[in-house]
Structure formats: structure tokens, C-alpha cells
Design a protein around this ligand. Sequence first.
Ligand SMILES: *Cc1c(COP(=O)(O)O)cnc(C)c1O
Length: 386
Amino acid sequence: MSPTDDTKPFLPFTRPDIDEETIAGVADVLRSGWITSGPQVKAFEATLSQLFGGRPVRAFNSGTCTMEIALRIAGVGEGDEVITTPLSWIATSNVVLETGASPVFMDIDPVTRNIDLEKIEAAITPRTKAIIPVDLAGLPVDRDRLHAIAQKHNLRVVEDAAQAAGSKWRGNLIGTKAASRDFASFSFHPNKNITSIEGGCLVLNDEREAALAEQYRLQGVVRTGFDGMDAEVLGGKFNLTDVAARVGLGQLRRLDEFNAKRRALAQHYFKLLDAPAARALNLGLPPADFENSNWHMFQVVLPEGPGCLTRAQVMEKMRAANIGTGVHYPPIHLFTLYRNLGWKPGDFPNAERIGRTILTLPLFPAMTADDVGRVVATLGEILQKK
Ligand SMILES: *Cc1c(COP(=O)(O)O)cnc(C)c1O
């Protein structure tokens, strides 16, 4: 097959799978007379709470505001520092800036592509209030080491588990354990393993935190009796709609099924990419962690140097062959907003090297093994031809 073969249908790098039962359920909500936050949100939160071992859970209209609210509950604000990774979606550190605190980036481990826990302690100062670890592509950060560091230095942890729905650490679902009073934040954006169109949820530690989360979610308002209303904190407008929550409920029922399909497809990628011909392509592969990862993405790191195609050239040729790819992510500290705050090229060599050439290949539950074969064959031809 030629790389410019466009006779095959377009294969996106991801695609949500919404079943007919969910679509019918959404129609019921639309006809019910109550379409914004109501009984579906309550049911979604209750089901999520069951999933996360009974911990309190509140739903929001994005994974971004979910993290911002966690930071506010943790009391993070002006003058505080929050340690995080430069290799993530920009939301991870934007929420720190939103609170008035300063993000402190630490370089990644080039193998896991997650924050290098060896380096975290060197970044802790008297102003450090929290750590935001990111489970990139669903591969969890080592929770034992992370929590040991957080406990030793009395820091809060806001787990950016946006990509880690269904990922595990030592057999426990990410979000179920609160070893150091941590928060776990999930996103239900359509690219994530389960979706509510837009949305997110926060796993909290007690009812006091949950009540505060509700206040930050809706203008700080607290209601009592039939007509009592007060506001003590500055909240925003972050509530999830019942329509979205109904989509989320339909997706939640299929989380295990979706992730099992992703796992099988990832295994197939490894089988094909670990063959001798494919090894000659010099691609950096993700860790083959079939115990813990939910295989949110399958990302390779392209070779770099004289005679190598740039990532943009590879993406263009893949697109010409009707295959979508993605970039997750350019390092955050090199965006203009962050350069203007003082970061510069060379600050985090691992994140910069990987951010420059990391490429997300198609992976979603409705894909087939043949699709994986098509991706690997096309990529192989493109990289061999140069
Ligand atoms: C998707 C994502 C977010 C933000 O979630 P939204 O629902 O898009 O606001 C934050 N962090 C990471 C790592 C993500 O992948």
C-alpha cells in the first residue's frame, strides 16, 4: 500500500463511542423538562463515587475547572508554588496561574514521560503547597513514591488523572486511594477514555471538601430552607448539565469494555512495532505497562537528526494516507505565555526532546487490529522512504 493511498476510509487518532441506549437516554432527559444540573448529575456522581471506593465525587463542566477547584479547596493562592510537569496539556499549569500561585516545572523521566520523581524534592521550597502529577497517556505516576514525598513535606496532591480513567496503581483504580489527602481530577472531554461531551469530576476526601466544591462550582451560593441564600466564597459557573451527565452515565457502564479493547490494540501495536523490521525505524515506544495503564494514547517518539523527516512531515504524509495523528504535547514552558514568565529552551531537556517528536497514533475502542496494521505499515513506509 502506498502512503498516499486514500482509498481507505479516514482513521482518526481517536473517536468517542456513544451507544444507542445512551442516545435514547439523552432524548429522555431532553423531554423531561429538566435539562441542566439535576437528577442525572446526582446519579452520575453517585456512580462515580461507587467506582472510587465510596469517596465523595463532584462533577463539573470540564477537567480544567475540576483541578482549579481542587487547588482552591487546598487553599492554594497568591505566593504559593505548585510543582508539576512541563509535558502535559497546558490546562495543568494554567489552573495554577488562575489561582494566583506559581507553577514550578520539573523535567520528565524520558522512559515514563511523566514527572521525574527523583527531581521533585529539589524543587520544594517553603512556599510549595501542592504537587500536580499527570498520568500522561494513562500511565500512572508511581503513587507510592509520590505520596511518600508529599507526606514528608506536608504537601497536598492534586492528581491530574484527566487521562487515567480506569488506570491502576498496585491493583487499585486511580482515584480510590487517598494516601496523602489527595484529590483526583478526571476529564470527560470526547478524546478521553470516557466522555460526557465536556466535563470532569473531582474525587475528594470528606463531606466538608465536597460542600466547598459545590460552592466553587456555582457562584459560591449556599441555600437553606425555602428562601435562604448566602455566598461566602467566590465561585464560578462550572456545573455539568443533566444532558452531559446522562452521556457520562452511559459511558461509565462501558469503561472496562473500552479499556480492554484499548489494551488489546496497544498489545497489537507492540507486537508489530517490536518486530525486527519495525525496530530498525528507531521509534521510541511507551513502557509496555499492561498492569496499570488504561492506554489512553499510544505515543511513539520519532527519531531526530540529519536525514530524518520532521514530525510535521510525517503527520502530513500520514494524513495523505488518510490516517490522523496527534501531538500531545509541546512542552508547556515554551509557550509564549510561559516564556514571558521566565522559562526558556534548555530548561527541561527531556520534555523538550520528547515534546518535539512525540506522535500520537490512532487508538480508540472501535478500531480493529487491521487498522493497527495499516497504521504501522504506513508509518514504516513513510519513515523508510524519508
Ligand atoms: C484533557 C486534559 C485536561 C483538561 O480537561 P478538560 O476537560 O479538557 O478541561 C487536563 N489535563 C490533562 C492532562 C488532560 O489531558
